[in-house]
Design a protein around this ligand. Sequence first.
Ligand SMILES: Cc1cc2nc3c(=O)[nH]c(=O)nc-3n(C[C@H](O)[C@H](O)[C@H](O)COP(=O)(O)OP(=O)(O)OC[C@H]3O[C@@H](n4cnc5c(N)ncnc54)[C@H](O)[C@@H]3O)c2cc1C
Ligand SMILES: NC(=O)c1ccc[n+]([C@@H]2O[C@H](COP(=O)([O-])OP(=O)(O)OC[C@H]3O[C@@H](n4cnc5c(N)ncnc54)[C@H](OP(=O)(O)O)[C@@H]3O)[C@@H](O)[C@H]2O)c1
Length: 260
Amino acid sequence: MSDYSLNAKISYRQDLNDELMIIRVSPLSGEVPDFTPGQYAELALPDPQDLAENKKIPRRSLSIASAPSEKNYLEFYVVLVPNGYLTPKLWKLKVGDKIWLGPKVKGKFSLDPVPPTSNLIMLSTGTGLAPYVSMLRHFKGQKRWNSFTLFHGVRYERDLGYRAELEELAKTTDNFFYIPSCTRETNESWRGETGRINTLLEKNVYQEITDIPLDPANCQVFLCGNPEMIDSTNLLLESKGFKPYSKKTADGNIHFERYW
Ligand SMILES: Cc1cc2nc3c(=O)[nH]c(=O)nc-3n(C[C@H](O)[C@H](O)[C@H](O)COP(=O)(O)OP(=O)(O)OC[C@H]3O[C@@H](n4cnc5c(N)ncnc54)[C@H](O)[C@@H]3O)c2cc1C
Ligand SMILES: NC(=O)c1ccc[n+]([C@@H]2O[C@H](COP(=O)([O-])OP(=O)(O)OC[C@H]3O[C@@H](n4cnc5c(N)ncnc54)[C@H](OP(=O)(O)O)[C@@H]3O)[C@@H](O)[C@H]2O)c1
């Protein structure tokens, strides 16, 4: 039986809009676990009644958005799922409130298998952006990739979390390309992309913006978030000669993290 004592607290909360927030969770022990950018941690808010009755406690995985060098907290980028189990409870918390943080950081969605000469193509829907924020923060200034192109698909412009940080990075870094796309925005002031991110890839927006061909020989593609986006993009990439990464054979160039 796991120990579900509330072992961490909310140390920061930023509401981007009614349904999106960035939170930081600090272990009460002061010891933030080591992790590799791209990995996730688990959070839970156990119901005392469930604990008393020894019921199974639902935990939820959340990708870490902070860099491993940040030793005071783990940062998470979260969307409210109105009928979900954890997120409506999470939305009621304020700074200082306690929460359960899983003792082990997990996941294989990382740059570990990727050579530093790669052109990275990172696709995300919604909060699927989080692991890339961690990677960008951690490897900033290092020659960890040849280029890093980040597609972020959201419904509305107001859902573009981390936008200022990413725009600033794109302005100051030659080999970083930030491609946000708002699929339902009606405000005419939005002048960026409007298609689903897999459709943008299909329409060759990647090469148009970066001047780099979508070539399995030197591109590695990461997909994170909505599982249907992952499935459609996989099909598209496989038709272009890409294949899912396999640890066993240590080859392949598609990596993915399904959020549900
Ligand atoms: C490896 C991994 C990493 C994850 N990282 C994040 C993260 O960084 N941020 C985050 O917000 N969620 C993330 N998720 C999803 C997260 O685990 C929860 O499912 C989510 O927070 C909703 O929890 P819930 O209990 O309120 O609803 P649940 O009962 O877990 O979900 C109910 C339904 O909501 C939808 N849904 C769930 N998560 C999302 C989402 N992120 N965006 C859009 N629709 C969703 C799905 O249709 C799902 O079936 C991750 C999932 C996995 C497996
Ligand atoms: N964001 C909001 O304003 C809002 C409002 C009400 C409720 N919610 C709740 O929040 C949850 C998460 O919403 P979210 O906006 O973060 O995530 P989302 O619904 O996954 O949408 C994020 C982006 O993914 C795209 N997308 C959806 N299905 C796709 C597919 N099959 N292939 C490729 N792209 C796809 C969406 O495009 P499309 O626009 O074309 O679908 C959008 O650009 C929802 O489940 C909902 O319960 C959100």
